[in-house]
Design a protein around this ligand. Structure first.
Ligand code: ADP
Ligand code: G3P
Length: 498
């Protein structure tokens, strides 16, 4: 029999990707298409769900032809997705009733303020592990039902369905037969009780969302259905894995033991720590979320978010025109031996964990007549590591678990200077894997486990391949002095409000 593969679909905020993996977890084919961003009003972000489906369809075909394999050689499909983004569609026509409302969108700010005024914050936090914030899906659905003509009535009659992007893609791939999501995605909706593992009637009541719209919540690794012949090259392939992208990356990094953590350095940074069976409540602004559910067992994670990370490099490139390409940041940073006391606080949209201050803005401290472009770039790069240390420190505090080193992925981890500085700052090892596409790999693993392509998590953990370990080299005293400077800079930036 010819060799078989697993296809991972990674539907992200800026693009749709499909990647074909072999049994060694190596990439044999890949394709990517950008998706259009709609900004109907300041702070609003929307996507066209039909375009999302078309790009996904397109990259599936392209990835197979790039891999030079036949659709019959795909044993199973795994899906991973930008989380929280909400789609509502007509169950009879499969047409979305409106653009998808993206996780970044602030259009439900007023709804959130009202819910807080009514004193619901603690109830939501206790049951869902989340904060009342426009980030999560629940208030986005409420907004759609209120603003799209006829939507509320259709919802009451059971004619429309809600889904995060994973649900929407499964619905399309199965030709409108299967309406499901997995634990990890459900745990980002603000409607799912992460203790009882059920949609929460009380919260649905508060949000006024009919339960009939909601997908069935299934495990992250099982066969949910098969592709419809008309949607997938005339054949029926099992769709066998689903996870939100940050949880999928945790899985792809084989962070299977309590205390293991990964940090993804993309546009922002998302750090997740596996807390096993334990549902840890944060006292320092972390979210409690479901990592995955497999074989009847759900595992939890603590999550911290940094809003501006790699995008600070894009700012140096596009805004300040200090760089031709973001990768040049490393060359400039290593031309000087330190940032010479300069601190850049890239709070362009406020700051997330652990500060949660949406009104603060960016700031630069410590400039002298001797400050050069090299110092400035180095200080901006260092801000990614400082922010990540802020998150990791509160994770250690909240979880009570010792940090067993940090596994890293995402676009900016190719920057060796940044990785070394991160390790210096944490006083811990930073591990970079061979395969950087850990999100897609995680989805592939989840699907592959369900169909027996991989035997178990142990096989996956054994297959995790280290590319390079960065070990702390900076004297402790120097590290503490630098980090104390960062804390002062953040404090001063917070104090400055016009
Ligand atoms: N060598 C580098 N040094 C620093 N930042 C980098 C480097 N290469 C890419 N980046 C940053 O990484 C980000 C892209 O990473 P990626 O994981 O593709 O992000 P996303 O999935 O959020 O789109 C960009 O913001 C870019 O500025
Ligand atoms: O699409 P990404 O990679 O920016 O990830 C988005 C996150 O899932 C949002 O919570």
């Amino acid at each position: 029999m010819s060799q078989t593969y697993i296809l991972a679909i990674d539907q992200g905020t800026t693009s749709s990707r499909a990647i074909v993996f072999d049994r060694q977890g190596r990439i044999v084919g890949t394709a990517q298409q950008e998706i259009k961003q709609y900004f109907p009003k300041p702070g609003w972000v929307e996507h066209d769900a039909n375009e999302i489906w078309e790009t996904v369809s397109g990259v599936i075909a392209d990835s197979l032809s790039q891999a030079r394999i036949l659709p019959e050689q795909i044993e199973a499909i795994g899906i991973t997705n930008q989380r929280e983004t909400a789609v509502v569609w007509d169950r009879h026509t499969s047409q979305p009733i409106h653009n998808a409302i993206v996780w970044q969108s602030r259009q439900t700010q007023d709804i959130c303020e009202e819910l807080k005024r009514q004193g619901h914050e603690e109830r939501f936090r206790e049951k869902t592990g989340l904060l009342i914030d426009p980030y999560f899906s629940g208030t986005k659905i409420k907004w759609l039902l209120a603003h799209v003509e006829g939507a509320r009535e259709k919802a009451e009659n059971g004619d429309v369905l809600f889904g995060t992007i994973d649900s929407w893609l499964v619905w399309k791939l199965t030709g409108g037969k299967v309406h499901v999501t997995d634990y990890s995605n459900a745990s980002r909706t603000l409607m799912y009780n992460i203790h009882e593992l059920a949609w929460d009637e009380e919260l649905l009541g508060i949000l006024d969302i009919p339960a009939s719209m909601l997908p069935e919540v299934r495990s992250s690794s099982e066969v949910y259905g098969r592709t419809d012949k008309h949607q997938f090259f005339g054949i029926e392939v099992p769709i066998a894995g689903i996870a939100g992208d940050q949880q999928a990356a945790l899985f792809g990094q084989a962070c299977f033991d309590k205390g293991m953590a990964k940090n993804t350095y993309g546009t922002g940074c998302f750090m997740l720590m596996n807390t096993g069976d334990e549902l840890v409540r944060s006292e320092h602004g972390l979210l409690t979320t479901i990592a995955w559910g497999i074989g009847g067992r759900v595992e939890y994670a603590l999550e911290g978010s940094v809003f501006v990370a790699g995008s600070a490099m894009q700012w140096l490139r596009d805004g300040l025109r200090m760089l031709k390409q973001t990768a040049d940041s490393e060359m400039y940073a290593t031309r000087v031996s330190s940032s010479d006391g300069v601190y850049v606080v890239p709070a362009f949209v406020g700051m997330g964990t652990p500060y949660w201050d949406s009104e603060m803005r960016g700031a630069v401290f410590g400039l002298t007549r001797g400050t050069t472009k090299e110092h400035f770039i180095r200080a901006t790069l260092e801000s990614l590591a400082y922010q990540s240390k802020d998150v990791l420190d509160v994770m250690a505090l909240d979880s009570g678990l010792p940090i067993k080193g940090l596994r890293v992925d995402g676009g900016a981890v190719s920057n060796d200077f940044l990785m070394q500085f991160q390790s210096d700052l944490l006083g811990a090892e930073v591990e970079r894997p061979v395969v950087n596409e850990t999100t897609a790999l995680g989805a592939a693993y989840l699907a592959g486990l369900a169909v027996g392509y991989w035997a178990d998590k142990q096989e996956i953990a054994d297959g995790w391949e280290l590319e390079r370990t960065f070990r702390p080299m900076m004297p402790e005293e120097e590290r503490d002095r630098k980090y104390a400077g960062w804390k002062k800079a953040v404090k001063a930036a917070m104090a400055f409000k016009l």
